[in-house]
Design a protein around this ligand. Structure first.
Ligand code: GTP
Length: 292
C-alpha cells in the first residue's frame, strides 16, 4: 500500500497500525507518490489531501486519468472535515474518506476490507480473461486483443497473422472415450499449443468448443507456416490414441491461417473470415493439415 502523508509522525502512526496487513511504501509528497504509484502499481493508496505542492485531490485526478493506475483504489485520510470536501474526494473516484484524527482500529479495519476487495477484484479480472476448462486465454481476451492489435498494426502498416486450430473428429473421440476424457485432451492440446508460441506478443486462446486461435502480430506467411507445422507436430507427438478417427489413429489437428496488413477500411473480422475459409479447406481436403 502506498501511504502518502507529509507529516512524519502520522506516517509512523499509520505504519505501526498497518504494517502487518501489507507492505507499506511511504511517500512524503504527491510528486513522489505519483512516481511510486506508476513504478509499483500498489494494491491501495492511502492519500492525505493537504500536501506540499500538488495536493491529494489533484493527485487523485491524475491517477484516475492514467490507464495504468486508474483502477487502484484510493482512500483519503485527511484533516479536511466538511461534507463538501468529502463529496469532492468521493466524486473524484476515491473509495473511502477517513477524517483525522483517525481511530487506529477503524483505519486498520477499513484498510483490511479494501485490500480484501482489491484482491477479489484482481482475481475476478484474471478469471474473466481465462478459459475455465483449459486455463489459457478465453474468447473475450482473444476478441479484445484482436481489436487492439488490428488498430496498433494498422498505424504501423505491419502484418497480423491468425491461425485457427481445430481438433479432428473430436465428436467421435468424445463418443468413444466419454466427455471427461475429451476435456482432458482439450487441456493437453491447449497447453501444447501455448508452449509452441515463440514471442511474448503471440496469444493462443480457446476460440470455442474444440477450436483454438493463435494471434501472431508482425508475422509473415513463412513464420505462420513454421508455427502451424510446429503445432501440428506437437499435437501428434502427444501420442493420444484416437482409434475411431478416419484420418490417423492418433489425435490430430487441422489448421487454417491468414495474415493481413490492417487497412483503414474493413475490420478484423476479414482476417477471421479468411482463416476460417482456409480451415474449412483443410477439413474438406482430408484434415490433419495446414492451409494458409
Ligand atoms: N469434451 C468436450 N467436448 C467438447 C467441448 N466443447 C466442444 N466439444 C465437442 O466437440 C465436438 C465437435 O464436433 P464437430 O463440430 O462435429 O467436429 P469434429 O467431430 O471434431 O469433426 P471435424 O472438426 O470435422 O474433424 C462436439 O461433439 C462437441 O460436443 C468441451 O469443452 N469438452
Amino acid at each position: 500500500m502506498l501511504l502518502v502523508e507529509d507529516v512524519e509522525l502520522n506516517r509512523e502512526l499509520a505504519a505501526i497500525e498497518l504494517e502487518d496487513l501489507c507492505t507499506l511504501i511511504p511517500a512524503a509528497d504527491a510528486e513522489q507518490a505519483w512516481e511510486l504509484a506508476l513504478a509499483e502499481l500498489p494494491d491501495l493508496i492511502l492519500l492525505d489531501v493537504c500536501l506540499p505542492g500538488m495536493n491529494g485531490f489533484e493527485l487523485c485526478r491524475k491517477l484516475k486519468e492514467e490507464p495504468l493506475t486508474q483502477d487502484i483504489p484510493i482512500i483519503f485520510l485527511t484533516a479536511l472535515g466538511d461534507a463538501q470536501d468529502e463529496e469532492e474526494g468521493l466524486n473524484l473516484g476515491a473509495m473511502d474518506y477517513i477524517r483525522k484524527p483517525f481511530s487506529p482500529p477503524i483505519l486498520r479495519a477499513r484498510v483490511r476490507n479494501h485490500l480484501l476487495m482489491e484482491r477479489q477484484r484482481r482475481q475476478l479480472a484474471l478469471w474473466s480473461r481465462l478459459d475455465g476448462l483449459t486455463g489459457i486465454a478465453n474468447r473475450r481476451t482473444f476478441d479484445h486483443q484482436l481489436k487492439w492489435e488490428w488498430r496498433h498494426l494498422r498505424s504501423r502498416k505491419q502484418p497480423l497473422g491468425l491461425l485457427l486450430v481445430d481438433v479432428d473428429e473430436f465428436k467421435a473421440f468424445n463418443d468413444h472415450f466419454g466427455h471427461l476424457a475429451g476435456d482432458e485432451v482439450l487441456r493437453k492440446v491447449a497447453r501444447t499449443l501455448h508452449r509452441c508460441l515463440q514471442r511474448n506478443d503471440d496469444l493462443v486462446a480457446r476460440y470455442g468448443g474444440e477450436e483454438f486461435a493463435a494471434l501472431l502480430p508482425q508475422t509473415d506467411r513463412q513464420g505462420m507456416s513454421r508455427l502451424a507445422e510446429t503445432m501440428r507436430a506437437a499435437v501428434r507427438d502427444l501420442g493420444i490414441e484416437h482409434p475411431v478417427s478416419t484420418v490417423v489413429p492418433h489425435l490430430s489437428i487441422s489448421v487454417g491461417g491468414a495474415n493481413l496488413v490492417p487497412e483503414d477500411i474493413g475490420g478484423a473480422h476479414e482476417l477471421i473470415d479468411l482463416a476460417d475459409k482456409q480451415l474449412y479447406l483443410a477439413k474438406a481436403t482430408g484434415r490433419n493439415r495446414i492451409m494458409l
